[in-house]
Structures are given as structure tokens and as C-alpha cells.
Design a protein around this ligand. Structure first.
Ligand code: NAD
Ligand code: UDP
Length: 339
């Protein structure tokens, strides 16, 4: 049987965090879920609250805290463009100060730490698909920079804590992931299109819909997280493991228009496609090169977009949308010409 550990999941009540907590509790670990509920709600982890192996702490990662843990998954950060542009200065603080606080804890406890990085560190990529060796094309002063540069700085901190203090780090670069427990009003394309289709409202395509994304189902991604945290593939760390960065995502690439058509087909909606202005700095293409994840972790996604969307649609049909807060107007919905 695997060794049981005390594991901290920051952002643990969020979309990805709550699925990760489920998996870790299922494996018998002692799980501490930390969240300030900025972009999530307790309902994502309600089913875990009675479990003796699960503990929930309301805390903001930009403030230090003192815990004793064996492993940390650092996920706390607003993730959708609508959420991370809501208070961009806070987004940068969460990425940088949150990483410093969690890396400091990892150093003190000699804990292993996995940092949730992102495909956004590649910006609007000029290399396609994106391998980990690509250094990216980020606009450092644009509306997405608070997140892109914040996450880049967090990667830098991970590697500096590793080199300077021997902290046992793991860095995963997550590409667009979707599934049950996404916030219905987070403004991300999958949640937007499904909620719009279920209400037979217009499907809002930003730009001409020719921009591409590659969509990974949440269960596949969580498997990738756990393999990365536990890997003992020969690599550069003191325990001989592979520390990354590694891309985690589904290499199946779709245009946003194709996604809209698929959602309409699967929901049977009578929605029309409407075009709105493309937000500033919206990447035109994105697809992970997952060669490294395959080689080092033996990982690749198993859930096709059609199957994953069907499960996600069932989830959105089952929730009462009046229990979720609606987003605030902000830059992500403004025309790039107006920026
Ligand atoms: P999410 O918004 O559902 O989850 C983020 C969680 O962090 C929320 O529960 C939120 O309340 C919490 N949080 C935000 N600020 C915090 C703070 N200051 N202190 C404590 N908690 C805070 O988004 P998600 O999709 O689950 O993303 C989780 C992580 O994965 C994020 O770091 C995100 O950048 C990264 N990521 C996600 C995707 C994706 O497609 N889902 C892609 C790339 C990277
Ligand atoms: N998008 C869209 N309509 C929406 C929401 C998003 O056309 O209602 C587009 C957005 O402009 C981007 C893509 O879908 O090109 C993915 O957007 P999302 O916010 O999900 O994440 P991103 O990959 O841009 O971080």
C-alpha cells in the first residue's frame, strides 16, 4: 500500500482542487484544503466535510501560515480570464506571494511541492504545438500579463528555491481543462457555451471563432498531477525525480467555432452563434506537445472531447444556477480595439 501523507491543497475548493482533494482522500491521505473562496464555493467540497481525512481552512495564500505537511499542491489562483482580470494586482500577488509562502513552507517542512503553472506562460505562441523548451511570446503590459507574468514568476521562484534551498519542486503547465464543478459564470469558453446552450441563448463566439484550444477532461489532468508528484523517473531532483516543467493537456485541437457546434449538437439547443469582439491578446492557437509527459510519466489523456463534454453538460443540467454568483463586467469582455 502507498505511504499515507498529510497533503495541503491550496485552491482546494476550486474546480481542479476539489477533484484533486477527492482523489487524495480516496487514496487515504490526510488532506488539508485551503481556500479563500474567491472564485469557488464550499459546495464543491461539501461531500468531503464529514470525512475524518479531510479538513477545510479559509485562508488567503498571500498571507503566511504555519502547517506541518508532507506535500503541497499549490493551485490557489483565479484561473479564468474573467476572474484573473477582475483584480489584476491581486492576481499577481496571489501568484508571487502565494508561491513564496508555499515554497517557504515546503522548505521548512521538507515537503514536496507541485506548482500549478499554465499554458499561458507561452502567451500567444509562435511555435505550434508548444513544447516545454519554447520560451513563449507574452505581452508583459497587456491585460493578461497579471496572470501570465505572475505564473512565470512563480515558476522562476520554484526553480530558485530548488537550486538555492534544495526544495523538492514539481512544475506542471496546465492547458485548458474542463469538467464538472467549473464555475458556471467563470466566463471560460466551455462553461459559457454549455450554460448558454442549456438556456437556448445565443452562443457568444469572440472574434471569428478560428482561434484554437485543446481541451483536457479534468479526470485525465488529475491523474497527470498525481503521477508528476509521485514520479521517480530519473531527473534532476535530490530524490532523483523529474521535476518539470511538464505540459499536461489534451493534444486534440479544435477551433472555438467547432467547440460551439459540438456543444449545440450535444445539448440539442436551438441557440444561434453570434460574434463578439475578440479580447486583447487572445492567443490565436494553442496545443500542448505532450511528448515529455508521455516519456517521463507514461501519461496521456484518455477522454475524448465529445465524451467529456457530455459529462460536463450532465453536471450543468444538475446544478441550480441561482446558487452561483454572476461575474462583474470587466476587461475580458471588452473589444481589443478599446484597450
Ligand atoms: P478555480 O478558480 O476553480 O480554482 C482556483 C481556486 O483558488 C478557487 O477555489 C479560489 O477561490 C482559490 N483562490 C484564489 N485566490 C486565492 C487566494 N488568494 N487564497 C486562497 N485561495 C485562493 O480554477 P481552476 O481551474 O481550478 O484552477 C486551479 C489552478 O490551476 C490555478 O492555479 C490555475 O491557474 C491553474 N490552471 C488551470 C487551468 C484550467 O484550464 N482549469 C489551466 C491552466 C492553469
Ligand atoms: N471564448 C469565446 N466565447 C466565450 C468565451 C471564450 O469565443 O464565451 C474564446 C476566447 O476568446 C478564447 C477561447 O474561447 O479564444 C478560450 O477562452 P477561455 O476564456 O476559456 O480561456 P483561455 O484559453 O483564453 O485562457
Amino acid at each position: 500500500m502507498a505511504q499515507l501523507k498529510r497533503i495541503l491543497v491550496t485552491g482546494g475548493a476550486g474546480f481542479l482542487g476539489s477533484h484533486l482533494c477527492d482523489r487524495l482522500v480516496e487514496q487515504g491521505h490526510d488532506v488539508i484544503c485551503l481556500d479563500n473562496f474567491f472564485t469557488s464555493q464550499k459546495s464543491n467540497v461539501l461531500h468531503l466535510l464529514d470525512n475524518p481525512n479531510f479538513e477545510l481552512i479559509r485562508h488567503d495564500v498571500t498571507h503566511p501560515l504555519w502547517l506541518e505537511v508532507d506535500e503541497i499542491y499549490n493551485l490557489a489562483c483565479p484561473a479564468s480570464p474573467v476572474h484573473y482580470q477582475y483584480n489584476p494586482i491581486k492576481t499577481m500577488k496571489v501568484s508571487v506571494m502565494g508561491a513564496i509562502n508555499m515554497l517557504g513552507m515546503a522548505k521548512r517542512c521538507r515537503a514536496k511541492i507541485l506548482q500549478a503553472s499554465t499554458s499561458e506562460i507561452y502567451g500567444d505562441p509562435t511555435v505550434h504545438p508548444q513544447p516545454e523548451s519554447y520560451r513563449g511570446n507574452v505581452n508583459p503590459i497587456g491585460p493578461r500579463a497579471c496572470y501570465d507574468e505572475g505564473k512565470r514568476a512563480a515558476e522562476t521562484l520554484c526553480f530558485d528555491y530548488h537550486r538555492s534551498n534544495g526544495v523538492n519542486v514539481r512544475v506542471v503547465r496546465i492547458f485548458n481543462t474542463y469538467g464538472p464543478r467549473m464555475h458556471p459564470y467563470d466566463g471560460r469558453v466551455v462553461s459559457n457555451f454549455i450554460v448558454q446552450a442549456l438556456n437556448n441563448e445565443d452562443i457568444t463566439i469572440y472574434g471569428d471563432g478560428s482561434q484554437t484550444r485543446a481541451f483536457c477532461y479534468v479526470d485525465d489532468l488529475i491523474e497527470g498531477f498525481i503521477r508528476m508528484m509521485n514520479n521517480s523517473t530519473p531527473g534532476s531532483d535530490q530524490d532523483g525525480a523529474f521535476i518539470g516543467p511538464v505540459n499536461l493537456g489534451n493534444p486534440g485541437e479544435f477551433t472555438i467555432k467547432q467547440l460551439a457546434e459540438l456543444v449545440i449538437e450535444l445539448t440539442g439547443a436551438s441557440s444561434k452563434l453570434v460574434h463578439l469582439p475578440l479580447p486583447a491578446d487572445d492567443p490565436t492557437q494553442r496545443r500542448p506537445d505532450i511528448t515529455l509527459a508521455k516519456e517521463r510519466l507514461g501519461w496521456e489523456p484518455t477522454v475524448a472531447l465529445r465524451a467529456g463534454l457530455a459529462k460536463t453538460i450532465d453536471y450543468f443540467k444538475s446544478v441550480d444556477l441561482s446558487h452561483f454568483r454572476r461575474p462583474t463586467d470587466h476587461t475580458a469582455h471588452k473589444s481589443s480595439d478599446a484597450m
